[in-house]
Design a protein around this ligand. Structure first.
Ligand SMILES: [Zn+2]
Ligand SMILES: [Zn+2]
Length: 148
């Protein structure tokens, strides 16, 4: 019985985790920024024996001599960080990311200078912009639904 489930946006890679999760973090290091194409990488460590892929397995890019990065070979979603001391999974790929609360920041020597201020930006829901972008009313998602 899976305690946690998630996957890539196209649904080709779906993971289930049967045990407890380890430490949740965000990593600001430059390598994680590149691997995720993002300001930082949100990752939670998992025990290898509790991780199961129910469909396809990730493809990998060896990002250094010691670390490889897993991603969906079909849609490109970044999914894993795999090092000699363990594996971590992208928190945003989980079906219920609200349950996985980061408790530490790593790689802060590369923290992007405005990241700590992002929560102060003006906030708008997606549909707040429907008048400026009427196509929002017609969007049909082709992403894997949470729980599938
Ligand atoms: Zn995919
Ligand atoms: Zn990193």
């Amino acid at each position: 019985m899976a305690k946690y489930k998630g996957g890539c946006q196209c649904g080709a890679v779906v993971f289930e985790i049967s045990g407890d999760l380890g430490k949740a973090s965000i990593c600001h290091c430059r390598m994680c920024q590149k691997a995720f194409g993002n300001f930082y990488a949100p990752l939670v460590s998992v025990a290898l024996e509790s991780l199961n892929y129910t469909k396809e397995k990730p493809k990998y890019f060896q990002s250094s001599n010691l670390v490889k990065r897993g991603f969906c070979g079909n849609c490109g979603t970044p999914l894993t960080y795999e090092a000699p001391d363990g594996i971590a999974i992208a928190i945003g790929a989980f079906d219920r990311p609200n349950e996985i609360v980061p408790t530490i920041q790593f790689g802060t020597e590369s923290k992007i200078i405005y990241v700590d201020e992002l929560h102060n930006l003006p906030q708008r829901d997606t549909m707040d912009d429907v008048e400026d972008a009427p196509f929002l009313n017609q969007i049909i998602s082709y992403q894997r639904a949470d729980g599938d």
